[in-house]
Write a protein that binds this ligand. Structure first.
Ligand SMILES: [Zn+2]
Length: 239
């Protein structure tokens, strides 16, 4: 545990270093997947076994990120260790970790197609099986909230409480995703943009056909509980 004086106990040191490396490396996916422009967008991860999180420093370009430049904060967003200021979204990430003990990673982007849905305040309807698989329904819209305090975090937690989706479109702003770890949250951010684009194109040329709630349940259940690698299963088709 951090003692609030900027020290991290020797027992936690190795874990913090591992999470610093993980969070730094996961940031590569954001520009690589076309989810971010300039310095917008950020990834954070909870430090297992501690009330701490690791998050991107504010304003650094993606090429400049190193494990050492990542910032360690407590779950109120106060810096515990780091030479840079943390992302301006830190308070929102921290709020999510405080209120969702099941969440180990949070990602934020302004990815183009998803943010276009957010600008209209319109949820992405579940009209393709890949969405039923990953999101278990629509990708919902959260309230408009100003950056800087906990309003965004509160909007994320309240909106996602009523949905299976690991992603929320914060109105007029962009995408926030959650996951059991940071990698899962990054995957959700990539998939959010992918389906937002597909459904946008579908709608541009006609009216997408809804999938029935029963079929969405069946797809989500299969994907969540059956699909992919299982211990002792050497199949090679995990997404
Ligand atoms: Zn933003």
């Amino acid at each position: 545990m951090a003692d609030g004086q900027g020290n991290i106990s020797p027992e936690l040191r190795e874990t913090v270093q591992r999470i610093r490396e993980q969070v730094c490396a996961l940031h590569d996916y954001l520009p690589k997947s076309g989810l971010v422009s300039w310095t917008a967008g950020n990834v954070s991860a909870r430090v297992p076994g501690a009330d701490l999180m690791v998050i991107k420093p504010s304003g650094l370009e993606y090429e400049q990120l190193t494990p050492e430049s990542m910032v360690v904060c407590d779950l109120h967003g106060d810096v515990v260790e780091g030479s840079y200021s943390p992302s301006s979204d830190t308070g929102s990430h921290a709020y999510v970790y405080r209120h969702r003990p099941d969440v180990g990673g949070v990602v934020h982007t302004h990815s183009t197609y998803a943010t276009a849905w957010a600008a209209r305040g319109e949820a992405v309807p579940c009209v393709i099986t890949a969405m039923a698989d990953e999101f278990g329904g629509e990708i919902p819209v959260g309230p408009f909230a100003l950056i800087g305090d906990e309003a965004i975090g509160k909007g994320i937690v309240e909106t996602l409480a009523g949905h299976r989706s690991p992603a929320v479109l914060m109105r007029n702003h962009g995408v926030f995703t959650i996951g059991k770890d940071a990698r899962a949250a990054v995957k959700a951010a990539v998939m959010t943009e992918d389906v937002a684009r597909t459904v946008h194109l579908a709608r541009a040329y006609g009216e997408p056909i809804p999938i029935s709630p029963d079929d969405i349940d069946a797809l989500y259940d299969r994907y969540t509980n059956v699909y992919g690698q299982r211990p002792g299963n050497n199949g090679a088709h995990q997404r």
